[in-house]
Design a protein around this ligand. Structure first.
Ligand SMILES: C=CC1=C(C)c2cc3[nH]c(cc4nc(cc5[nH]c(cc1n2)c(C)c5CCC(=O)O)C(CCC(=O)O)=C4C)c(C)c3C=C
Ligand SMILES: [Fe+2]
Ligand SMILES: [Fe+2]
Length: 360
């Protein structure tokens, strides 16, 4: 008998941290975008219309036309290393991996996967198996939980585990919308932007939308977006009338969460608001929806409607405060899995947000 290497009793089991983001095309071409959209939009977590109705629409009306237009949008923001979502997610994973290995040594393996496309969740699980990772913490890079994103990630993780004889132990972080480190990182990023560029007349907090009926059917996404916004506004000390909370990236014909970002920006421009700072707190890293939709298309619309300046505040990406926040989040979810079982204490500068979080 030739047992698998992972059965060797001398190897110490390791711990895996799996970061997962949405996924993105391999290149900004209609063919690659079509492959990506076909996989993404076939997921019943994303489009809940019955398959017999939706798949003919997807293959008959969406996939023949949308990829050409969307490929053009990707081309406008494509980077040397590839799609901004992939590059940014890789950089953030690198920053977190450095921190975790400095703190915990070689017993922790930090890996990035994408829910749709490459690098796949199945490949990450294969790597964990090869490296004798027996305990896995999954961190979907979505601060606010939605069935269409977070649960879709977990579906793929479970599907991959179904194929394995010796299942690793599993934990997952389903949301961190009110995590003090995350809120503080967002607030610091806004303050830094204001210090260098000055304050606009309005601060817009734009979250990715979802269909309204997902929320009425029980998805907590809307409430978690609102809580992120409340905590952020409180930490910034802004007056509520200067802030607008909106939802972007509408897709399809059903009503989505409102107010819509694009409609609101046009209305603000028309009402004589001359400058707006836009932050997208639900996007861990920049991507098509922030760099192209907000910073190019919606900016053009705002200016055309009479506005004078739209300043996009970048996503947290691999900023040290972001990687620090995720490190603390991961650490507090590893209690019992590490020799030292205590979660790290709350950083003194985050205590105020932790207190607010308890009261909201
Ligand atoms: C941040 C959380 C996200 C939620 C919630 C979300 C829901 C959601 N999205 C679609 C449809 C599309 N989204 C697209 C791009 C896209 N979406 C997110 C994040 C969330 N989506 C990101 C980070 C991205 C960017 C990907 C990139 O490569 O940069 C797209 C593709 C672009 C396009 O064709 O317009 C679609 C389609 C639905 C239907 C949905 C909820 C039901
Ligand atoms: Fe989306
Ligand atoms: Fe979009």
């Amino acid at each position: 008998m030739n047992p698998k290497e992972t059965l060797a009793h001398t190897t110490t089991p390791k711990l895996g941290v799996l970061l997962v983001n949405l996924g993105t095309p391999d290149s900004p071409t209609p063919q690659a975008v079509r492959r990506y959209l076909a996989e993404f939009l076939s997921d019943p977590r994303v489009v809940e219309i019955p398959r017999a109705i939706w798949l003919p629409i997807l293959y008959g009306f969406v996939l023949p036309f949308r990829p050409k237009r969307v490929a053009h949008a990707y081309a406008a923001v494509w980077q040397d290393g590839g799609s901004p979502l992939l590059v940014g997610s890789q950089q953030l994973t690198g920053a977190l991996a450095d921190r975790l290995s400095t703190e915990l040594g070689t017993s922790v393996v930090t890996v990035l996967a994408m829910r749709y496309g490459q690098p796949s969740i199945a490949a990450a699980m294969d790597r964990f198996e090869r490296e004798n990772v027996r305990r896995i913490l999954v961190l979907p890079l979505y601060p606010q939980y939605s069935g269409s994103t977070t649960a879709a990630v977990m579906d793929a993780v479970f599907a991959s585990l179904m194929q394995r004889r010796w299942m690793p132990e599993l934990r997952s972080i389903h949301q961190y919308h009110d995590d003090p480190g995350y809120i503080a990182a967002l607030a610091n990023s806004v303050r830094e932007h204001w210090e260098t560029k000055g304050q606009s007349e309005r601060l817009m907090l734009s979250f990715h939308g979802i269909p309204k009926h997902y929320v009425t059917n029980g998805d907590p996404y809307y409430c978690q977006c609102q809580k992120t916004a409340r905590l952020l506004i409180a930490d910034l000390g802004c007056t509520r009338d200067r802030v607008v909370i909106t939802f972007q990236s509408r897709f399809g014909r059903t009503p989505w969460l409102e107010p819509y970002t694009d409609v609101t920006l046009k209305a603000l421009g028309a009402q004589g608001v001359s400058s707006v700072d836009v932050l997208c707190p639900g996007f861990a890293v920049d991507c098509l929806e922030t760099l192209e939709e907000i910073a190019i298309r919606n900016r053009d619309d705002f200016l055309a409607a009479g506005g004078r300046e739209l300043r996009y505040i970048p996503a947290l990406n691999d900023a040290p405060g972001h990687a620090d926040a995720l490190q603390a989040l991961v650490r507090s979810n590893l209690v019992g899995w590490l020799p030292s079982s205590e979660p790290p204490p709350i950083a003194p500068q985050h205590e105020r947000i932790a207190e607010l979080k308890r009261t909201f």
